[in-house]
Design a protein around this ligand. Sequence first.
Ligand code: NAP
Length: 344
Amino acid sequence: MEALVCRKLGDPAETEPGSEESPVVVSKNQPIPPLDSDTAGRATSLNYANYLQIQGKYQEKPPLPFVPGSDYSGTVDAVGPSVTKFRPGDRVCSFAALGSFAQFIVADQSHLFPVPDGCDMVAAAALPVAFGTSHVAIVHRAPLTSTQVLLVLGAAGGVGLAAVQIGKACGATVIAVARGAEKVRLLKSMGMDHVVDLGSENVILSVKEFLKKKKLKGVDVLYDPVGGKLTKEAMKLLNWGAQILVIGFASGEIPVIPANIALVKNWTVHGLYWGSYRIHQPDVLEDSTRELLSWLSRGLITIHISHTHTLSQANLAFAALKDRKAIGKVMLVLDHKISPTSKL
Ligand SMILES: NC(=O)c1ccc[n+]([C@@H]2O[C@H](COP(=O)([O-])OP(=O)(O)OC[C@H]3O[C@@H](n4cnc5c(N)ncnc54)[C@H](OP(=O)(O)O)[C@@H]3O)[C@@H](O)[C@H]2O)c1
């Protein structure tokens, strides 16, 4: 099968796959993972964590060589002898620790979710990690209520664009922070209560002015996939009793959240590693993914995909993340062997 293989650590955004310097190569002869009692399907996906992992900067460091990739969708190609829930041709989506940047992936049937009729398959592949992370953080961990104010940093990125929509689905007042006119336009068109353009505005002044106009005291829940200086600024906007959802560090800088201020202001800091729920609380993760697929099929959330590339263009896909050009999700789709039942 065809797969993107990471053969050494490095930046995959810098060079074309297969060139001497590139850490990744498109292999046309990657062995198909053997099927035992499991289920197999086609795969597609791209996440910021995959980019970090190929550079050796992610918390999970698999031995080389490895096929990266986490969430995916596809049609079931074959089933193992003890599979009862799925048949070849079924439309499914899921996520794996590794291996979705490939034509085939093997998954236990308990890890697969049926994609509801009417759901676009590329959208279903974009959903598990980005929307799952934001849903577990905002709905399960916080949980956000309709009377609260949610502040989302990196709001036009993969997890951010999911977080703002989930915040609105909860009925909360949602403030989105992003950089650049295109991102701001999209966030405004999605009905955000306030959007800060980091390219031209001071986040503290802009949010304070909005809160004053709306007679609101401050921010109740901070959703933070960015870190660094922006977290420091956002902390100045938090209410007594606020919650901080620590999601990631796209800025490359791990922020300091002073314990003395957390004490005085009664803040709760939630560290959230979504993937680890599969080990520690799989029911939370499964219920969340099912609910999100149902929301997707009913049009309560939409998946915005700004870049779609094939495996051999993986450098362009990673560059979209690196250069902050991604709006919503960046997808890798396989450029051949399209299943007639799949829209991929
Ligand atoms: N905790 C978990 O379980 C979990 C799950 C998924 C993702 N994450 C983490 O969440 C973070 C965001 O992931 P994502 O998939 O949403 O990424 P993404 O689509 O690239 O979005 C990240 C956003 O961060 C902002 N940003 C600020 N400084 C940046 C910089 N120096 N480089 C790149 N972006 C920068 C960008 O917004 P502007 O350009 O508009 O400022 C960008 O839209 C990553 O650190 C990822 O590892 C964590």
